[in-house]
Design a protein around this ligand. Sequence first.
Ligand code: HPA
Length: 271
Amino acid sequence: MLQQIQETADYIQKRTNQFQPIAGIILGTGLGGLVKEIDTKFIIPYEEIPHFPVSTVEGHSGKLIFGYISNKPVMVLQGRFHYYEGYTMNQVVFPVRVMKKLGISTLFLSNASGGVNPAFEVGDVMILNDHINMLPSNPLLGPNIPELGPRFPDMSEPYDRELIARAKAISQKLGYKVHEGVYISVSGPCFETPAEYRLMRVVGGDAVGMSTVPEVIAARHMGLPCFAVSVITDLGVEGKIVEVTHEDVIKAASKAEVKMTAIFKDLLASL
Ligand code: HPA
């Protein structure tokens, strides 16, 4: 694993002329709009990167983009790897480990999710302040890799409090209503039944989705601060549950993406 991370990082450094990103960004379903804001220097399709999985889902085009957002050097993963695609947890988090190796000091993530908090509406933005891992696995299972982090990593602050505070101030300044809440990760690929949505609410969730938590676990294992935003693309709230398709999710996400993009841009400027 360590050798693969090193080989991939070496390859990327060669391809990018030793470009030095300070932040890594993983973009979720329908949230590729931030890409237009990048002063792009290098693009590498996933299939050209040694040891990189190749993404399979519609709405996820797999590219690693290097450039500047708000004058800050960043690397952006356009298209992530999901557990439901059949990847192992180690494959799902491999890019995060490579990004850390390349020297990033903050990880930004976005995703689309179903809102289970009755105060939420489709198109709302939720800043993650905590999560519950309901995936049937964990990327740190198996022998620990001490070079990456401890056997029993602390998870008392999965999402960086300082970045959350700054993002809230930015949202207020921009006049956006944003929520803060707990994201529950599930395997999917089915969306939830009404009873499952109810369960998510009962156990303390505000939104439910199929990503982000593995990457955050791997990042926190390595001591990397994380900031994540979820776009509410459908509602798992009694009386508001309707049929939902992947196309609906992409459509709803692209409506809210303007807000998400603006928050990320200003937050990056503050680094
Ligand atoms: N459930 C799980 N994942 C999702 C949802 C949902 O309702 N919406 C977008 N991703």
